[in-house]
Structures are given as C-alpha cells and as structure tokens.
Design a protein around this ligand. Structure first.
Ligand SMILES: [Zn+2]
Length: 77
C-alpha cells in the first residue's frame, strides 16, 4: 500500500469486508504503522454505522446529498 490517499479511497470497501484478501492485508499493514489512517478508519466506522442504522434511501434528498458530500470530502483528504 503506497500512500495514505490509496488507503483512504479503499476504506469503505475495507470496513464492509469487500476487499480482495491480499489488498485487505496490505491495507492493514499500512494501518499498523500509520496513525493518520487509523484515525480515518475510526471516523469512517462511525459514519458507516450511522448510515447503516438509518438506511440511506430513507433519508430526505437534501440530507443524503450532504452526507455524500461529506464522504467524498473525507475520501479526498
Ligand atoms: Zn496512511
């Protein structure tokens, strides 16, 4: 795993267990020595649990769009 931005771009798939095993392993290797990415994982985990608890399609359009914008912005850090 070369860079933090690469890790961040894969975090959603990582947390949902959708990464291929070797990619998952490389990502965890990066996390083991990168506190900044661990902090990202924590913030994604709380965002994802929020998403899962309220089912995104049930949200009003406006709220869903701002949530998307938030996730996009986090992913581009
Ligand atoms: Zn990192």
């Amino acid at each position: 795993m070369k860079s933090c931005s690469e890790v961040v771009s894969l975090l959603v798939e990582y947390l949902e267990g959708q990464l291929p095993p070797h990619t998952h392993a490389r990502l965890e290797q990066h996390l083991s020595r990168c506190p900044a990415c661990v902090a990202h994982v924590r913030s994604y985990q709380s965002t994802l649990s929020l998403l899962h608890s309220i089912r995104e399609q049930d949200l009003p359009d406006e709220l869903r769009l701002s949530l998307r914008a938030f996730l996009d912005r986090e992913g581009n850090n």
